[in-house]
Every structure is written in C-alpha cells, then in structure tokens.
Write a protein that binds this ligand. Structure first.
Ligand code: TRH
Length: 379
C-alpha cells in the first residue's frame, strides 16, 4: 500500500540512442499514474525522440501528457522542488541543481537495464552512498524471477491481448487503421512476421530466404533509422511501400504508436524484436519471437542472449532450434536451414513460448514491485 509520503514521483530519462530508454520510462510513468494514482513528472532530454512515441508532444519546457507532466531536461531546466521518490533510469545521473533539493528522506532509486544474467538477483536492491551528496542511492534491476525487480506489464494487458486475439473485428480495425487492407478484408493464410531489428541483423539474407521459401509470407517492418539502405534491390524505401518478391510480400509501415505496435505483435505469427522494451512486449504477446540484444563490447550482448534463452526455454524440445536462429540473427550468420528448422517447429515453439510467458505473468509487475520496494525503504 502506498504511503502518503510517497505520492510525488520524478523520473529522469536520458535518450542514449533509439527508443528503448523513453519507451520504458514512458510506460513506467503512465502506469505509476494511471494504476497507482501517483503524481508523476518525467524529465527527458530529447523531446524530438519522445515525439516519435508520443504523438503531438511539443518542444515546450513543461507539458501535460496523458496525466503525466513531461519536463524538457536541458541546461535551462529550472528545478524548484524534488519529489518523494526519485527514479533515475539506466544510471543517467541526476542534475546537480536537483540533487541539491533532495532531502535525506528522499528515496532515490536507479532503475537499470533488463538482463536475465545470474548476477542480477544478487545486485538487485543494493545501495551505495552518492559521493558528492552522501545521499543513499538504491539499485533496482528488472528481471525474470521474484528475486529481481520484475518486468513492466500493465495490469489489464493480458485481458486486452486476449480480447484482441479473440475478436476478428478488432484485428480488422487494426489492419485498416494502418492501411493494410489485404488483411482487413480477407482472411489470409500468409505467415505474418513483424520485423524490428538493428541494421547489423541479416535482414536482406532473411528476406531472400523467405522469398524463395515454399510458404507465402508477409513481413511488416515499421520504418526507423536502422533500416538497411538496400533492401531487395530497393534503395529508397518509404512508408507505405509494398514489395513483392517470390513468396514474400514486404510492407513498410510507419513507426507505430506503442499501442498499435502491441496490436502488430499480437497479430503476427513470429515477431523479430530488439533492445529491451519490444523484447518484453513480444514475451507478453505470447507468440514465437526472435530477440536481438543491443550490441555491447566484448560480446556482452551474447552473454545476455544466452542467459535469457537458457532461463526462458531451457528444457524445451525446440530449445536448440530457437537458440541457433537467435545466435545467427545476432551474429549476422543466418543460414536458410536455421529458418526452415524453426518453421518446421513453429507450432511447438508457439506452444512453449505461450506457456513460458504465462509463467512470467504470475510474477508481480515492475511498477507494483518498485512501489513496494520504495514503501519498504521508508518503513
Ligand atoms: O529502440 P531500441 O533499440 O532501444 C534500445 C534498448 O532499449 C537498449 O537496451 C538501449 O540500450 C538502447 O535503446 C539505448 O529497442 P526497444 O528497447 O525495443 O525500444 C523500442 C521502443 O519503441 C519500444 O517502446 C517499442 C516502441 N515501438 C513503437 O512504439 N512503435 C514501433 O513501430 C516500434 C517498432 C517500436
């Protein structure tokens, strides 16, 4: 139960690159406000990136958006009070002027990146003294078991997903909304794949494999800056393009709202995802997915990948097939046979992915766990 002394929350977000930082922070801010009744300010440094996710956001110094106050964080930002709970994200650091306003009783938590590695439970919840201010800073690690900080998941998400997947007209509305009328009008037997990855993934090879394959496939790629410059012989891809080659139809979608992106994941048979937030959304979609972790030096990202695959799929029969395709996707070493093998086992992979996701749904969600964690610190 929330204490009155922890009603005001400030979240600090630095957009390093891409959309994951703001994607995660925005979800957390929204949930804290809508599901827990908290007063939330989100300080963020690159409003132009935020605008990709939050339609209609302006460059104003302060603006309300869906119940949350969004504050432009730059050298001009005026800080006049600190919150009861201060959430630093991904070790972005807090501004000196803000630190000066914080009290000994302020709760300061750094919410870090998600990883399934074995060290996470051990480090989750630790604290240290900040060298300049002597304030205590807690380290909060999201994760895949009860000894970690959990995963972001809205309280009604699974109910909404199931309703969407069970109601054909909801799916039709979605395809119509994003101008894919083929799927809005006729039931299609195409295998549907959503594709969101980094530029170093073997995207071109994969699309060629699909084009030459036996099954009719539709691929949906939301447009973003990581799309390869040359795809299927086209160098000028644009939103709205539909390219046909062999058994493949490739649709270039606009960058979707977070809600529509969920709808896409819920509608497809296989989802290629990346980074942090789309990865978690693919898990909640309960459909087969292929995750590409964000590149890190010394192949640290491959350690993250293997830790996740071992923990999530560990003992399932298709574990080797799933792992081989993941490794190939993340090391730019795709062979047609890896995909064909995956496709042969698709229904088995679908079944076990759904089952593993259901298991994770039993775990408390990150926002609720974070609140409980902070309440506990004040008792
Ligand atoms: O954009 P990303 O690569 O973000 C990454 C990771 O978070 C990584 O860990 C971090 O270090 C790096 O940024 C700086 O991938 P991610 O995490 O999946 O974030 C994408 C967000 O964009 C997510 O909230 C889903 C959302 N999205 C849409 O809203 N519409 C879309 O069409 C697509 C494709 C994504």
């Amino acid at each position: 139960m929330m204490t009155n002394s922890q009603k005001n929350w400030d979240i600090f977000c630095k957009v390093v690159d891409n959309f994951g930082d703001i994607g995660v922070c925005w979800r957390l801010a929204k949930q804290l406000h809508h599901e827990h009744g908290l007063v939330v300010r989100l300080f963020v440094d690159h409003l132009s990136v935020v605008a990709k996710l939050l339609t209609g956001i302006s460059d104003e110094a302060e603006q309300g958006y869906d119940g949350v106050t969004i504050v432009r964080w730059d050298s001009q930002t005026l800080f006049n009070h600190s919150a009861d709970v201060v959430v630093e994200t991904f070790a972005c650091g807090l501004p000196t002027a803000y630190l000066a306003l914080m009290q000994v009783q302020s709760v300061w938590v750094n919410v870090d990146y998600l990883s399934a590695e074995a060290w996470v439970p051990e480090f989750h919840g630790r604290n240290g003294k900040h060298h300049d201010t002597n304030l205590t800073r807690y380290f909060y690690f999201p994760g895949f078991n009860e000894k970690t900080g959990g995963l972001l998941r809205e309280q009604d998400l699974i109910k909404r997903r199931d309703a969407f997947q069970n109601l054909a007209f909801r799916q039709r509305d979605f395809w119509q909304q994003i101008n894919i009328h083929q799927f809005a009008q006729v039931a299609s037997d195409d295998l549907k794949i959503s594709l969101f990855s980094y530029a170093d993934a073997p995207i071109s090879t994969f699309l060629q494999v699909l084009a030459k394959g036996e099954r009719q496939v539709s691929v949906f790629m939301p447009f973003h800056q990581h799309l390869p410059h040359d795809l299927l012989g086209r160098q000028d891809l644009a939103v709205g393009d539909c390219i046909k080659l062999g058994h493949l139809t490739l649709f270039i979608l606009p960058f979707l709202s977070q809600q529509n992106y969920d709808f896409l994941l819920w509608s497809c048979d296989v989802n290629f995802v990346r980074g942090e937030d789309s990865w978690v959304r693919a898990i909640w979609a309960g459909k087969p997915f292929v995750w590409q972790p964000y590149w890190q030096e010394d192949n640290t990202h491959l350690l993250k990948l293997n830790a996740f695959l071992d923990g999530f799929y560990g003992d399932v029969d298709a574990a080797k097939t799933i792992s081989t395709l993941h490794q190939a996707w993340s090391t730019n070493a795709l062979e047609p046979v890896y995909w064909l093998d995956y496709l042969t086992k698709l229904s088995e992979i679908g079944h076990c992915t759904h089952q593993r996701a259901n298991r994770l749904i039993q775990q408390d969600d990150l926002a609720s766990s974070l609140i409980a964690f902070c309440v506990n610190l004040s008792n």
